[in-house]
Unconditional design. Structure first.
Length: 365
């Protein structure tokens, strides 16, 4: 049947069978060959960062955030080289409950700063799901104007469930941003409560944003967070100005009962509206007053030094913990010791001591 339709001998037939390809081609067009990505050297990363190359900065931050040992090794080399150029920015922590308007406030304040000649880096920390370990990373969409500002750099990072909602590597990222010439660094935290102490440990000034209707909810605000705050701004004041002022008054009264700060600074409470812009200038004025006062009395640099020593201690603890749990001896023995503890064959204290002693004995061998 098909032989009648397809005339193999008729060269003019529209229906004809094409000859199969014979021998395969001797070579493939080189344009279609996948080229291996060239590895960027530490020198190239450092030079790019010092020249404010955003692409190099972003790629270096990716190395810092990576858990791969080869990436970590290179990242530490980059950080060490950038360290002499860091430390010249004003670091501001911004926290508050979800929905208080942190991102909107950052965009309103950040835009004013960049328009006045500052270079701003925003490290926006998104919540990470404990189940999926995924992160929304949506802060760039909430700061659209700032995200397109040539004098601003926004880097959303997953918190990876770390204490305080602050990404494990934020301190190193701050160093890279400062080396790239950013003279103001904002660290926006998850805003989930007492754990914000971690963010407080890496910034110069700590701003707590509250809602106007939280005035009668002072008991719901953890005392620890209020004690850390250098300023409290009652945001979204345009919704109910009278209630916002009442809330501010209640916070001032509450703060007056706290012990005086060692640095001599008295926390300031005011109202603001990121929507209308009211009170946004007051935030920056307060920050600059704080910096001037604490630099004059020596507490600004004292706090920075204390933070660096805390980082040293925390790094030692985290490194020892990681090496302990990754050692083959602990991998082999831990599960059995857990079962012994659960079955009351040994106390948790004795089990822990035996594991620690066994770990160090294996190191010495």
């Amino acid at each position: 049947m098909y032989d009648r339709i397809i005339d193999k001998n008729n060269p003019n037939s529209a229906l004809k069978v094409q000859d199969a390809i014979g021998d395969k081609p001797s070579s493939v067009n080189t344009r279609f060959k996948l080229k291996k990505k060239r590895e960027i050297s530490v020198d190239e990363y450092v030079n790019g960062i010092l020249n404010s190359d955003r692409v190099m900065l972003s790629q270096a931050i990716t190395l810092v955030e990576s858990n791969l040992s080869e990436h970590q090794h290179k990242a530490q080399q980059i950080i060490e080289r950038c360290l002499p150029y860091a430390g010249k920015s004003i670091r501001v922590g911004i926290t508050g409950v979800p929905g208080v308007g942190k991102s909107t406030t950052i965009e309103a304040l950040g835009t004013k700063l960049t328009h006045s000649g500052h270079k701003l880096a925003v490290l926006a920390i998104d919540p990470t799901s404990e189940k999926t370990k995924g992160s929304i990373l949506g802060d760039k969409t909430r700061m659209e104007e700032l995200a397109n500002d040539p004098n601003a750099f926004i880097r959303p990072s997953p918190s990876a469930g770390s204490l305080g909602g602050v990404a494990r590597k934020t301190r190193e990222i701050i160093i890279l941003c400062e080396a790239a010439g950013f003279d103001v660094v904002f660290v926006e935290t998850v805003g989930v409560g007492q754990s914000e102490v971690v963010a407080h440990s890496m910034v110069d000034f700590f701003l707590l944003l509250q809602l106007a209707n939280a005035g009668d909810e002072l008991q719901g605000i953890k005392r620890g967070i209020m004690e850390m705050a250098d300023a409290i701004s009652i945001n979204k004041a345009e919704l109910d100005p009278n209630r916002a002022e009442l809330a501010a008054s209640q916070y001032r009264s509450a703060l007056s009962l706290f012990p005086h700060n060692e640095n001599g600074w008295k926390p300031v409470v005011f109202t603001s509206s990121a929507y209308t812009g009211d009170g946004i200038d007051k935030i920056w004025e307060t920050i600059m007053e704080y910096v001037a006062q604490t630099k004059a009395n020596g507490h600004f640099h004292k706090k920075r030094n204390e933070q660096n020593l805390r980082i040293l201690s925390e790094t030692i603890n985290s490194t020892l913990t990681e090496r302990f749990y990754n050692s083959q001896f602990i991998v082999d023995k831990l599960e059995q010791f857990k079962q012994d503890v659960l079955n009351d064959r040994v106390s948790a204290y004795i089990a822990a001591q035996e594991l620690i002693d066994g770990y160090f004995d294996n190191i010495e061998k």
